[in-house]
Design a protein around this ligand. Structure first.
Ligand SMILES: *[C@@H]1O[C@H](CO)[C@@H](O)[C@H](O)[C@H]1NC(C)=O
Ligand SMILES: *[C@@H]1O[C@H](CO)[C@@H](O)[C@H](O)[C@H]1NC(C)=O
Ligand SMILES: *[C@@H]1O[C@H](CO)[C@@H](O)[C@H](O)[C@H]1NC(C)=O
Ligand SMILES: *[C@@H]1O[C@H](CO)[C@@H](O)[C@H](O)[C@H]1NC(C)=O
Ligand SMILES: *[C@@H]1O[C@H](CO)[C@@H](O)[C@H](O)[C@H]1NC(C)=O
Ligand SMILES: *[C@@H]1O[C@H](CO)[C@@H](O)[C@H](O)[C@H]1NC(C)=O
Ligand SMILES: *[C@@H]1O[C@H](CO)[C@@H](O)[C@H](O)[C@H]1NC(C)=O
Ligand SMILES: *[C@@H]1O[C@H](CO)[C@@H](O)[C@H](O)[C@H]1NC(C)=O
Ligand SMILES: *[C@@H]1O[C@H](CO)[C@@H](O)[C@H](O)[C@H]1NC(C)=O
Ligand SMILES: *[C@@H]1O[C@H](CO)[C@@H](O)[C@H](O)[C@H]1NC(C)=O
Length: 436
């Protein structure tokens, strides 16, 4: 289908009401009918608003995405062997390196070996392996580079340790398509085994003394030193909170099911294992006072008031203890969640890879409720609310990647960007933008 056709769709919303203890909706969504002798109930695998196929990936498997005010769509890809790690959608079936191919560390320069230990590139001026993207209300594109590519993806894969300079947060001005600022992190904030997985922003001048806004970044470290990394965007100073707090650690020996198949990690050259990712997604409340988060491998949703994360441990020696003491366990939500999104009504969207679905957490009803479910949601990896009232999400078939399947690549192009209308006319949350 052509892009123009897709954009022209009305996107009628058939959003369904929350279920509560007194109304378990048995018709959401099963149907009756069978080729057999009796009329039996069948799970259709779908509910919620229409899901549109917005973009098809044919060249590289995506990880993150972000949609700009003008409707430009940016995508990123972890490396590896890929020629570029940050791209822009150019038409329904293709993307191109953004802002330029030259800004990508060449595949041959991704890592070094020192004393037998692999270290990622330390180059602060090129993109090494971009994991996540975010566009703030002022239309700045924020690029999160882990500095930790995957080496040898199909054969005994490894992820080199980070070298300071490599892991970074880069701001790109979408008017000039040029880098406005680069933030690197010292080794006591970003450890060699840290892995920055996602990011959120509060750009309001009153959240930091510098007035430049703050970035909240999750460290999902497979090696286990998980937590939050904050950057004061005015001063460039960074610090950690909730390091290795149980709410940020992976759940030991988690065995999720994907497409009805129990999942164990089968990595070539390694013994049978389990998902290792800790804290890998977070989302701010409508007014930025609370952050919701969870490790990939947990069925539990957690939250903390953001003031505990903003406290800088360099001059507040009780700040780490105070943050630990103020984590809230909001209970189970109905499965693992791989990332979050939000809107201007305060809905917190949770990407549910076990259920091929997106759920919403409602902080008034204290419950998770269904938003959208579709058999095409084969590993929703990143979601982004555009300025146009749609939620866009990447589908990348991750459970079929060689890294998890003894080196065999079971993924099949195309990957997808799907989108659906937000409920109740919701749109992007502009409250957390800089004052104008
Ligand atoms: C539960 O849902 C039903 C049907 O939507 C509604 O009538 C009822 O008021 C709800 N109860 C609560 C406690 O929200
Ligand atoms: C249950 O789902 C059906 C089908 O989506 C819908 O028509 C109905 O309004 C829902 N009922 C409640 C109580 O939400
Ligand atoms: C239920 O599933 C059927 C078949 O996939 C679909 O046509 C219908 O729109 C779904 N209903 C809801 C409320 O999502
Ligand atoms: C999409 O862009 C790619 C790369 O520029 C080009 O090769 C392809 O022909 C384009 N496809 C369409 C349908 O325009
Ligand atoms: C590898 O080490 C050499 C020598 O120290 C250095 O010049 C080069 O930038 C390093 N390459 C990477 C990818 O870090
Ligand atoms: C890639 O894996 C193969 C097979 O285990 C191994 O021989 C080779 O050394 C690895 N290469 C790197 C760069 O780690
Ligand atoms: C981006 O660049 C344009 C043109 O120089 C400028 O007007 C705009 O303020 C910049 N955006 C931000 C967020 O700084
Ligand atoms: C910043 O100001 C807004 C009102 O403009 C207020 O609602 C919010 O609580 C303030 N945030 C902080 C951290 O003081
Ligand atoms: C820490 O320093 C900041 C400014 O650098 C200051 O605003 C804050 O009050 C200090 N906190 C403590 C507990 O001293
Ligand atoms: C959360 O649930 C409450 C109570 O049902 C409702 O009033 C509110 O609109 C819901 N929040 C959102 C963002 O839909």
């Amino acid at each position: 289908m052509k892009l123009s056709t897709l954009l022209g769709l009305a996107g009628a919303s058939s959003y369904t009401a929350a279920q509560n203890s007194t109304s378990y909706n048995t018709t959401l969504n099963s149907t009756f009918g069978t080729a057999g002798p009796r009329n039996v109930r069948i799970d259709t695998g779908t509910y919620g608003p229409q899901v549109e196929e917005f973009h098809y990936y044919y060249d590289q498997w995506p990880i993150g995405l972000a949609v700009s005010k003008q409707g430009r769509v940016f995508t990123c890809y972890t490396r590896g062997t890929y020629a570029y790690t940050l791209g822009e959608v150019v038409n329904t079936t293709a993307e191109a390196a953004y802002p330029s191919l030259a800004l990508n560390t060449p595949p041959g320069g991704l890592y070094n070996v020192t004393n037998g230990i692999q270290f990622g590139s330390n180059d602060p001026n090129s993109f090494i392996s971009v994991q996540a993207l975010y566009i703030t209300p002022d239309d700045t594109l924020w690029v999160l580079d882990t500095g930790r590519p995957t080496i040898n993806e199909s054969q005994a894969p490894s992820i080199p340790y980070a070298a300071p300079g490599g892991p970074k947060l880069v701001a790109i001005n979408l008017t000039t398509n040029s880098i406005a600022r680069t933030y690197t992190l010292p080794p006591n904030v970003h450890y060699p085994d840290s892995y920055m997985n996602d990011l959120r922003f509060d750009m309001r001048p009153n959240v930091t003394e510098s007035g430049g806004g703050i970035a909240y970044i999750v460290d999902s470290s497979n090696e286990g030193r998980t937590g939050f990394i904050m950057i004061d965007l005015g001063t460039g100073e960074s610090w950690r909170q909730l390091s290795q707090h149980p709410s940020t650690l992976r759940v030991n020996e988690d065995v999720p099911s994907y497409q009805g198949i129990p999942f164990y990690s089968r990595q070539k050259g390694s013994p049978l294992g389990f998902q290792q990712e800790g804290l890998d997604g977070a989302e701010l409340s409508l007014y930025g006072d609370i952050i919701y988060y969870s490790p990939l491998t947990s069925d539990y949703l957690f939250s903390i008031e953001t003031r505990y994360l903003r406290a800088n441990p360099s001059n507040d020696t009780l700040s780490a203890k105070r943050a630990f003491d103020n984590v809230k366990n909001l209970g189970q939500r109905g499965g693992n969640a791989n990332g979050f999104s939000s809107d201007n009504l305060g809905n917190v969207y949770m990407l549910m890879p076990n259920q091929n679905a997106i759920y919403i957490y409602n902080s008034t009803t204290l419950q998770a409720k269904p938003y959208v479910r579709d058999p095409r949601i084969v590993w929703p990896d990143s979601a982004n609310v555009g300025f146009d009232g749609y939620i866009y999400f990447n589908i990348n078939q991750l459970p079929y990647q060689p890294d998890w399947n003894d080196g065999n690549d079971g993924r099949q192009y195309p990957g997808l960007i799907l989108r659906s209308r937000l409920p109740d006319g919701a749109n992007k949350n502009m409250i957390l933008g800089p004052s104008t």
